[in-house]
Design a protein around this ligand. Structure first.
Ligand SMILES: *Cc1c(COP(=O)(O)O)cnc(C)c1O
Length: 223
């Protein structure tokens, strides 16, 4: 795997767009992350709290750490001091815990609301009704230490590109609807996190602002 080449190729595809690359480094050793860092990469995505915390301790301070995996409330405290953006917020309860831990750390934590756009039942995320209920609630409006920056979604794992495109398009449409309907101090509609190694090109065409790419940079993962 030539990490430098891989990163360069993706950055070239992003030229002229406002979309940014997050290097998804889960399961990969620090040495490979440092290789990416040395070519200029400053955004890393991890899906496990402990792994992200350990890596953050060992790596330079100017990295933005993105939590992209399902997050349990009882683990928020470990990442609250340093996490840059939490992509995987899927309940009010989780958001309230993030708010509490952000307050303790005297900071505001940026979050994305994860939306279920895929056909697969297994993928996490809220539907339109759930996200609207959350954004309308008094409990949400009371939260002072979180900021909603946008939405995140994962398309169905399929070769059917038209289906993937349709799902990304539905996320962008929901983003536009929510953006015009919900405006408050705790919301700053900016980001649509969609697109992985297999489908990021379609995601960029459909309006992604953050692509989360792992195996196309670091090679396939062994679990
Ligand atoms: C692992 C992961 C990615 C990256 O997947 P690749 O196919 O390796 O690019 C993106 N998003 C989430 C939420 C992930 O868990």
């Amino acid at each position: 795997m030539d990490i430098r080449n891989n990163l360069q190729a993706i950055e070239n595809e992003l030229k002229g767009t406002s979309c940014k690359l997050i290097a998804v480094s889960k399961t990969k050793p620090i040495s490979l992350l440092m290789e990416a860092y040395e070519t200029g990469c400053r955004r890393f995505g991890e899906n496990k709290v402990q792994e992200m915390t350990e890596k953050a301790e060992q790596m330079p301070q100017d990295i933005q750490w993105h939590m992209i995996g399902h997050l349990q409330s009882n683990k928020v405290k470990y990442i609250a001091p340093f996490v840059h953006l939490i992509h995987s917020v899927d309940s009010l309860k989780l958001l309230q815990e993030i708010n509490k831990q952000a307050f303790k750390n005297n900071r505001i934590i940026d979050c994305l609301l994860q939306i279920h756009i895929a056909e697969e039942e297994t993928k996490f995320g809220m539907d339109k009704e759930e996200v609207e209920a959350l954004l309308s609630s008094e409990e949400f409006k009371a939260l002072q230490n979180i900021r909603i920056k946008g939405l995140m979604g994962m398309a169905t794992f399929t070769d059917n590109q038209e289906q993937v495109r349709k799902e990304f398009r539905s996320l962008k449409q929901l983003f536009d609807q929510l953006k015009s309907k919900y405006q408050s101090a705790g919301i700053d509609w900016q980001e649509i996190s969609m697109g992985m190694s297999g489908d990021y090109k379609i995601a960029i065409e459909e309006g992604s602002t953050l692509i989360r790419v792992g195996s196309s940079i670091f090679g396939s993962r062994q679990y």
